[in-house]
Design a protein around this ligand. Structure first.
Ligand code: ATP
Ligand code: LTN
Length: 333
């Protein structure tokens, strides 16, 4: 930390489409943080290799995600925006850290257990070591703060443990990062199964809303969102997960508090409420979609920005790796 300025790091995997869950839980907070902090945000394409990817579609999706970052308001003048695989130090540090991480602490990670259950035909070693790569991402940049959704809290704890373990053994090297989990919207849930997290890679298209989705599709998905049958609009995630989720989404996009929204829709009925949530989300996303199309039309500019971001990230990462290699006893190169 330099003075009051914090170093902030976060990333998103290029799988599926950036959903309103990713936007509310992650990207929206990044945009607010980039004004007063030193921020790095990456597209974690190495993490995405834990599921099988078609090479052409994978490359295109990575570029599309970069354009979506810019369209949302992440600014390459304020933040370092880059693609993970363009900075080789990530996988280099991962190996070193993986020799300090215990299999026992990796195989009890909730995400590993969940993803293994969902991908029975492809429980690869990367699924297990995924959090070590995430720790490498963060520690390479000596980040103070990591803004993520609630689902990543456990990975952050492992990152902290690895940083402390390394520092104890080899001397002060890494900053021990703090998670930053937004008080509201940390877990937006599926529109079809409101007790489950909204997930980019959910095969059910009706369960998620992407940030670049056309207006009609957005309205339709909110109209069909699963709720309950008592017709009262209250925030109670346990008893009324569907309605509470819609209230969180409404609040995030309208700027109104959940309490104010509950009052506004009191006695209005689910049909009217769902329509209003859909309209609010569609209105808020329309300019993002428009800017996305413009950025995507200029592939040369996107390539230039990716290269620029990677060069800035690399300069910091290389410095950390030099220190790490010296500390652990690698011979000089
Ligand atoms: P996948 O389905 O491929 O696992 P995902 O939707 O879980 O993807 P990630 O790339 O793993 O998305 O996460 C990107 C960021 O978005 C992380 O900070 C994560 O915590 C946050 N995030 C993901 N889903 C949600 C959600 N439903 N609500 C709030 N934040 C979320
Ligand atoms: N595992 C994260 C994505 C991610 C990340 C990171 C988040 C990869 N590297 C570093 C914060 C910091 C996820 O959201 N699934």
């Amino acid at each position: 930390m330099k003075g009051n300025t914090m170093r902030i790091y976060s990333a998103i995997q290029p799988t599926g489409c950036i959903t309103i869950g990713n936007y509310i839980g992650a990207v929206k907070n990044w945009i607010a943080l980039q004004n007063d902090n030193e921020c790095l945000f990456s597209i974690a394409n190495e993490h995405a290799l834990t599921v099988r990817q078609d090479p052409e579609a994978f490359r295109e999706r990575t570029t599309s995600f970069f354009a979506q970052f810019l369209a949302c308001g992440l600014d390459p003048e304020k933040s370092v925006l880059y693609v993970q695989s363009n900075v080789p130090e990530h996988s280099e540090l991962q190996w070193i850290l993986s020799c300090m991480a215990y299999v026992g602490e990796l195989d009890r990670m909730t995400q590993f257990k969940d993803k293994s259950r969902k991908n029975e035909d492809n429980i690869n070693a990367g699924l297990l070591t995924y959090p070590v790569l995430m720790a490498a991402d963060i520690l390479l940049y000596r980040a103070d703060l990591v803004p993520v959704g609630k689902d990543q809290k456990q990975h952050l704890e492992l990152t902290r443990d690895l940083a402390i373990r390394f520092n104890n053994r080899f001397g002060d090297t890494f900053v021990v990062p703090e998670p930053y989990i937004p008080p509201q919207g940390a877990k937006i849930t599926s529109l079809q199964k409101p007790t489950d997290k909204m997930s980019k890679s959910d095969p059910d298209g009706k369960a998620t809303v992407s940030i670049i989705e056309p207006r009609d599709a957005i309205l339709k998905k909110f109209k069909c969102a699963v709720t309950d049958c008592d017709n009262s609009i209250r925030f109670d995630p346990e008893a009324k997960p569907g309605i509470s989720n819609l209230l969180s989404i409404y609040s995030a996009f309208s700027g109104e508090t959940v309490e104010a929204a509950v009052q506004r829709f009191d006695g209005k009925g689910y049909g009217t409420f769902k329509m209003a949530v859909g309209e609010t989300v569609a209105d808020a996303l329309a300019p993002i979609r428009e800017r996305y199309e413009q950025y995507l039309a200029n592939k040369d500019e996107l390539a230039r920005l990716m290269k620029d971001g990677a060069a800035k990230a690399h300069a910091i990462a290389a410095e950390t790796m030099k220190d790490v290699k010296a500390k652990i006893g690698f011979v000089a190169d």
